[in-house]
Design a protein around this ligand. Structure first.
Ligand code: NDP
Length: 293
């Protein structure tokens, strides 16, 4: 069997187009322009790249960007004061503080200071709690993207066995909660899990969020399974040129799985698309308009 390749780029582009038409409707029917505030502290090169692509996507969707670039020496108090201003600003529908933050700033404190209605990353304890209680919530973007990709292959996930490798607050735990909300039977694996290959072999849906290049081998995969590879790992390629690989040995897995996400071009593009979706939904909730997306 050769797996179908799940085209995250195309699915993300479709989602972004839907967001753009919802934004157009909000503007014309309700006079509302969703705005996303992105706060970047310091000059981490990877974070700068993410922030640039987020701002580009905001503009493409017809929303209002509001970027705040602060020096690496910014104090926690200054970041908290900025978050308070953004919470109070009616032009701002979503607030995203780019992580990681410099060591003098407590990221948890900053996340907890964001208005949960504007928490488009879905990391605020209120949104985390609402998600695990099965209540409507702003949900983390990469996990939401994983579930959209799995559903693009399977339709309903009800009753399927899902294994999530990784239990971080950013990916593993929320992806497991979202799969549970889709009525999958979910197992979360981590570094202390016994017989990980055996566990993975039972999975109809396998989500790998480990951060170790090509860790999941082909013979760990149940024939026909849907494999969602979240990993982004930089390795030396031919001629010493860096290339990006996932947490799954792609060529081996492709020979066994029913469908698989490539890296790059799978989960990655979904993160920003889901951020745009969260921003437009947050704008609707804040303005009391029923979202049509
Ligand atoms: P973390 O390092 O926070 O978590 C990694 C998880 O993997 C931990 O729960 C850890 O277990 C588990 N793990 C590590 N080693 C093993 C092992 N040998 N066997 C089983 N489990 C293991 O990473 P993140 O969740 O933040 O990210 C995971 C990957 O996803 C990274 O490659 C990251 O770059 C990528 N990523 C991609 C995004 C995208 O947009 N596509 C967005 C966010 C992340 P334990 O808890 O026991 O230590």
């Amino acid at each position: 069997m050769t797996a179908a390749i799940i085209d995250g780029k195309a699915i993300a582009a479709m989602l972004r187009a839907k967001v753009a038409s919802e934004v157009a409707r909000l503007k014309s029917d309700h006079g509302v322009t969703p705005g996303l505030a992105v706060v970047l502290v310091g000059t981490d090169p990877a974070s700068e790249v993410y922030v640039r692509s987020k701002s580009k996507a905001v503009i493409e969707a017809g929303m209002a960007p509001c970027d705040h670039k602060l020096p690496a020496t910014t104090s926690e108090q200054e970041v908290l004061a900025l978050v308070a201003r953004l919470n109070a600003d009616p032009a701002v529908s979503g607030i995203l503080v780019q992580l990681p933050l410099p060591p003098q700033i407590d990221a948890q404190k900053v996340i907890a200071a964001i208005d949960p209605l504007k928490d488009v990353d879905g990391f605020h304890p209120i949104n985390v709690g609402r998600l695990s209680s099965g209540l409507p919530a702003l949900t983390p973007c990469t996990p939401a993207g994983c579930v959209i990709l799995a559903k693009s292959v399977r339709g309903s996930l009800a009753g399927l066995d899902a294994v999530v490798i990784g239990r971080s607050n950013i990916v593993g735990k929320p992806v497991a909660q979202l799969l549970l909300a889709e009525n999958a039977t979910v197992t979360i694996a981590h570094s202390k899990t016994r017989d990980l290959p055996g566990l993975c072999r039972r999975a109809d849906i396998l989500v790998a969020a480990i951060g170790k290049s090509e860790f999941v081998r082909g013979d760990w995969i149940k024939p026909g399974a849907t494999v969602i590879d979240v990993g982004i790992n930089r390795v030396a390629g031919e001629g010493g040129k860096a290339r990006i690989v996932g947490d799954v040995a792609f060529d081996e897995a492709k020979a066994v799985a029913g469908a698989i996400t490539p890296v790059p071009g799978g989960v990655g593009p979904m993160t920003i698309a889901c951020l745009m979706l969260n921003t437009v939904r947050a704008a609707c909730a804040l303005k009391g308009v029923k979202a049509e997306i």
